[in-house]
Design a protein around this ligand. Structure first.
Ligand SMILES: N[C@@H](CCC(=O)N[C@@H](CS)C(=O)NCC(=O)O)C(=O)O
Length: 183
C-alpha cells in the first residue's frame, strides 16, 4: 500500500513505512481551505490546514511524498492515519507521478477534505488566512508552525517548484510575526 502526503504528512511522519518517493499528483491545487479543530486549532478557534481542491487545469500538480507501507503494517498505519485525519478527511485513490522518471506512475491512497465536510473552511485571501493562522494553536501545536514546517519541507523536497499559495501565506505570516515582535 502507498500513501501520498501533501501537508503534515510531508514533515510529520509518525507511522512506519518501508521507503518513500518524491513526486506529484495532477488535477489538484493544495489550499489552506480546511479548518482544524483537533490539531492546529480548537472548536472555538479553528486553525487552517491544507486539503486538495480540484483544478480547472488537469495538468495542475501538487508535489509531495509517497510512502510505501509494508504489508504487515497496513492495518496499523491505516488505523493511525484514519484517526489522525479524522476531522473531515476521507481516503481517495489517485495516480502518483514519481519525480524519478525510471519509476512508472502508480495508484495510491491520499486523504482529502472535500468541500462537503463540516470543517471545510473554503477560499479566503492570503491576508485573511494569515490573520486566522497567526492566532491559532491546538493539541498538535501552533498553526503557524504547521505552515512554516510545510513550506520548509516543500523547499527541501521540490526546490524548483513554486507553490504561490503556500509561500505567500508563509511570507504573510512571517511579516505578521515580525510586526508583532516589533511592538
Ligand atoms: N492529508 C494531508 C494531511 C493534512 C493534514 O495536515 N492533516 C492534519 C489534520 S488537521 C494533520 O495530520 N495534522 C497533524 C499536525 O498538525 O501535527 C497530507 O497528506 O499531508
Amino acid at each position: 500500500m502507498w500513501v501520498f502526503g501533501y501537508g503534515s504528512l510531508v514533515w510529520k511522519v509518525d507511522f512506519e513505512y518501508e521507503y518513500k518517493l518524491v513526486g506529484n499528483i495532477k488535477g489538484y491545487l493544495r489550499r489552506f481551505y480546511q479548518h482544524s479543530i483537533d490539531h492546529r486549532g480548537i472548536p472555538e478557534k479553528p486553525g487552517r490546514v491544507v486539503t486538495l481542491v480540484p483544478s480547472e487545469d488537469p495538468n495542475s500538480t501538487v508535489w509531495g511524498i509517497a510512502y510505501k507501507i509494508r504489508a504487515q503494517d497496513i492495518d496499523s498505519v491505516t488505523k493511525h492515519l484514519d484517526f489522525r485525519e479524522k476531522n473531515g478527511y476521507s481516503k481517495k485513490t489517485v495516480t502518483f507521478h514519481p519525480k524519478d522518471k525510471n519509476v512508472e506512475p502508480f495508484l495510491l491512497t491520499l486523504y482529502v477534505a472535500t468541500k462537503e465536510n463540516e470543517s471545510y473552511a473554503g477560499a479566503a485571501s492570503i491576508d485573511a488566512i494569515a490573520k486566522q493562522v497567526i492566532n491559532c494553536i491546538g493539541p498538535s501545536g501552533s498553526n503557524k508552525e504547521y505552515v512554516y514546517n510545510l513550506a520548509n519541507a516543500m523547499r527541501e523536497i521540490a526546490p524548483n517548484v513554486e507553490d504561490e499559495h503556500l509561500f505567500s501565506l508563509e511570507a504573510a505570516l512571517r511579516k505578521l510575526d515580525t510586526d508583532f515582535k516589533s511592538i
